[in-house]
Design a protein around this ligand. Structure first.
Ligand code: UDP
Length: 345
């Protein structure tokens, strides 16, 4: 039987890119996803099971019927602002259910776990770039959720021999439209797709705060291409399979771009002038978040190959165009069906 990987949230943005890469690396891919975020998943390189990732019955079936070598856990609620408004749901989904998943894994002796963590575990930077040793003082329920799972993993490693890698993502961006993959959140809150939509649809774009202590007053973030993030998951699995110690790694480039720089880069690529509105700062947004990726480079052998800003924006742009094309095509199809029905009447 081909070795399998269980990927929770594998129909989502980072999960789907990683699932595709792992399928191309010789694994049988089982995706567990509720598809609650209206994403479509129309690919033949994975088996999609539409279910909650903590459904014990479904999990037991999967672990009994497939030769699962590892679980990659992407499924989570991700909106930081929403986590402040509705922490109960976030603690339940991101912490309690993850522990439930780990419990069923351990019952079936599945012992390799790769966790989608976040730079949100650090809170406000005491120094930059952020190394993995930086104090962990998350300022949102979302960041606390990620840290709690990391802490549980550390304890489960000691007590039950569960092996894990925490991958602390900085700002995932870009797409792989040639594989039919891209960012498709609903609602979309992330910077690059929103700036692109403003350029493409001549809509206003809101900058959240322009009096930060940065070179141009807007926030600085470390944008890393989603395909580089996918590669890190593959390396993390190889790392665990080689019997290495469970550990945490930053996934970022080490370089930061301001919101205004992103806007200018999008204007150039889309040949458009974007209408800017200045809005209040988002609560909990630190001025600068930039990774020190040295540990992932030294230990996992990871380096970014796709994360130059131009490639990130161009692939994200292509993804937006592809989505528009598909939407227009399906509404034309619906119009045809409507007129067909009308003709029949
Ligand atoms: N941002 C913005 N306007 C938007 C969305 C985001 O100015 O409509 C800023 C946000 O304040 C942050 C940066 O863009 O400084 C990246 O935000 P995003 O939500 O993409 O990722 P985050 O850093 O919150 O994970």
């Amino acid at each position: 039987m081909k070795p399998s990987i269980l990927i929770t949230g594998g129909a989502g943005y980072i999960g789907s890119h990683t699932a595709y890469l792992m399928s191309q690396s010789g694994y049988n891919i089982i995706i567990l996803d509720t598809l609650n975020h209206k994403q479509s998943f129309d690919h033949n390189w994975a088996t999609l099971i539409k279910s909650d990732f903590a459904d014990t019955k479904v999990l037991k079936n999967i672990f009994s019927n497939y030769n699962i070598k590892a679980v990659m856990h992407f499924a989570a609620f991700i909106e930081v602002g929403e986590s402040v408004k509705n922490p109960l749901q976030f603690y339940e989904n991101n912490v309690v259910k993850t522990v439930q998943l780990l419990k069923v894994m351990l019952e079936h002796n599945v012992k390799n776990f790769i966790f989608s963590s976040s730079c949100a575990v650090y809170g406000s930077p005491q120094y930059l770039p952020l190394t993995e040793q930086h104090t962990k003082n998350p300022i949102s329920p979302y960041g606390k959720n990620k840290l709690m799972v990391e802490m549980a993993l550390e304890d489960f490693n000691i007590a039950y021999g569960l092996n894990y890698v925490n991958l602390r993502y900085f700002n995932a961006a870009g797409a792989m439209p040639q594989y039919g993959l891209g960012e498709n959140h609903d609602p979309e809150t992330h910077l690059i797709p929103l700036v692109l939509r403003a350029a493409m649809e001549n809509k206003e774009f809101c900058i959240f705060g322009d009096n930060y202590e940065t070179k141009d007053g807007s926030c600085i973030r470390d944008y890393v291409h989603v395909w580089d993030i996918a590669q890190a998951h593959k390396l993390a699995l190889e790392y665990l399979q080689a019997g290495n110690t469970s550990d945490s790694f930053n996934l970022g480039t080490g370089e930061g771009f301001s919101v205004k720089e992103i806007v200018m880069a999008v204007e150039q690529i889309c040949c458009a002038k974007i209408n800017i509105a200045l809005k209040n700062k988002r609560p909990g947004d630190p001025a600068i978040l930039v990774a020190d990726p040295k540990k992932a480079s030294d230990i996992l052998g990871w380096s970014t190959q796709y994360s130059n800003l131009d490639f990130i924006i161009r692939t994200a742009y292509e993804n937006e165009n592809t989505k528009n094309f598909i939407q227009n095509k399906s509404s034309t199809q619906k119009d045809k069906e409507k007129s067909h029905n009308y003709n029949k009447i």
